[in-house]
Design a binder for this molecule. Structure first.
Ligand SMILES: [Zn+2]
Length: 428
């Protein structure tokens, strides 16, 4: 299969602000050549009419089962109980898999061509990934299966499996490896919804011994480890234990910054759940007073942490934490806008973080994450220049995944959530 995308204004995913007018020659899913006004022989030509073409976005932190609708029982509460009840049997798991597939297709139609799933129920993400890898249309998925946590830790009783001793932790890691996961996900600290004290959304839950047991075991078998980590003390435990990606984050110390660099660890910024929960009134978020306080607290900590990380030149990836309240599967573009508004990152660099940097954190930047010869044709096209306004990423006019074209993609949106978020974004 050979396709020629003519007249593309290319934003390549690097820190390159120059938009170049190019024709992209795609064969067997790969961009084999980029030129201008060369031979079209043997190619099926699509005129892009000078639309902006950039790498598909990569979402490094998503839970693929949820819609982002806020509920009274937060932290996956009501949703969690429903999922656990429904998925107790095989037909239930088929329902869950269909929901997950619908969600990742919605993300794909919104321009997200790669997603790392970091906590599922009953390996639904693994099954959906396998179906896509076997030829079903969909985004690239890298999945962790269920997260691994300790008793009362984050995810206990929902998207995580629970162990205590180092041997149990390693057995849980092996169980996930047996199911062919791509990453190992752990939860070193608690979260906003399971905190019991003000100012403690990131209470350290897992011990250094537990963390290290998992990281050593995973690394010895070629797997990387991501950790839900929402406090400075938690980051210390996670890095000491050998974690590769610190999810969410918090304020950093000079010593921690040095440790990130020494260990080549990355910070995965997820402002998408923090912004609405910290900025919308309680009636809308349905948070109780403690959770509202801790949301604001965590928002400030995370924002400071990502500013520090960027200033220090750490590797900063982006994810949305989709399925959290007010975080839809199709909202990756908002994470770029939050990074722009809250950390002062220029639009071209926001795109760079969401594409090339995220691909490098996955260890896959040789294969995708930029618009370059030899890379996968994972692309999104938009009519107006996203370097002038990142909101222009909201509705792609075309998405390409491994050379397969989705023309006029259709995103199923939640109008109510979008309206609330648009209001919040105006005030940032
Ligand atoms: Zn998460």
């Amino acid at each position: 299969m050979r396709t020629l995308l003519k007249n593309c204004l290319v934003i390549n995913g690097r820190k390159d602000t120059i938009v170049r007018d190019l024709d992209l020659y795609i064969q067997d899913g790969i961009i084999i050549h980029m030129g201008k006004n060369e031979s079209e022989d043997g190619y099926q030509t699509v005129d892009m009419h000078h639309q902006y073409v950039l790498p598909g976005l990569i979402n490094l932190h998503a839970h693929l089962f949820g819609s982002g609708r806020p509920s009274k029982t937060l932290g996956g509460g009501g949703l969690k109980d429903q999922i656990i009840a429904v998925t107790a049997n095989r037909p239930g798991r088929d329902v869950l898999d269909r929901v997950v597939y619908g969600n990742v297709m919605n993300a794909l139609h919104a321009g997200t061509t790669t997603i790392r799933g970091v906590g599922d129920f009953h390996y639904s993400d693994v099954r959906v990934r396998d179906a896509i890898n076997a030829g079903k249309l969909g985004p690239r998925l890298l999945v962790s299966g269920p997260a691994i946590t300790c008793p009362t830790g984050h995810g206990d009783g929902s998207f995580a499996v629970v162990g205590s001793t180092p041997e149990q932790m390693q057995q849980l890691t092996q169980n996930n490896i047996d199911q062919n996961v791509d990453w190992i996900k752990i939860c070193v600290t608690g979260g906003v919804m399971d905190a019991t004290k003000k100012g403690e959304p990131g209470a350290v839950k897992m011990t250094l011994e537990q963390t290290k047991a998992i990281c050593d075991y995973a690394h010895a078998r070629g797997y990387k480890v991501a950790s839900h980590t929402e406090s400075t003390a938690g980051i210390q435990v996670a890095l000491d234990g050998g974690v590769d990606t610190i999810e969410h984050g918090s304020q950093l110390t000079p010593d921690l910054i040095r440790q990130f660099k020494d260990q080549s660890a990355a910070l995965i910024c997820t402002l998408s759940p923090a912004v609405p929960l910290a900025n919308l009134p309680k009636e809308k978020t349905m948070l109780d007073e403690l959770a509202e306080y801790n949301s604001k607290y965590l928002f400030n900590e995370m924002a400071e942490g990502v500013r520090q990380a960027l200033a220090a030149g750490l590797v900063v990836g982006l994810g949305t934490d989709a399925s959290c309240p007010f975080v839809t599967q199709y909202g990756m573009y908002r994470e770029l806008i939050y990074l722009n508004k809250i950390a002062g990152v220029r639009p071209v660099n926001c795109i760079h973080h969401a594409t090339e940097v995220n691909a490098s954190i996955l260890g896959m930047s040789d294969s995708f994450g930029t618009v370059e010869e030899g890379k996968q044709a994972d692309l999104m096209a938009v009519e107006n220049n996203p370097l002038e306004d990142l909101n222009n990423l909201r509705q792609p006019s075309m998405v390409v995944i491994g050379g397969k074209i989705i023309d006029h993609p259709k995103v199923h949106r939640n109008a109510k959530i979008d309206a609330e978020l648009d209001e919040v974004m105006k005030k940032l």
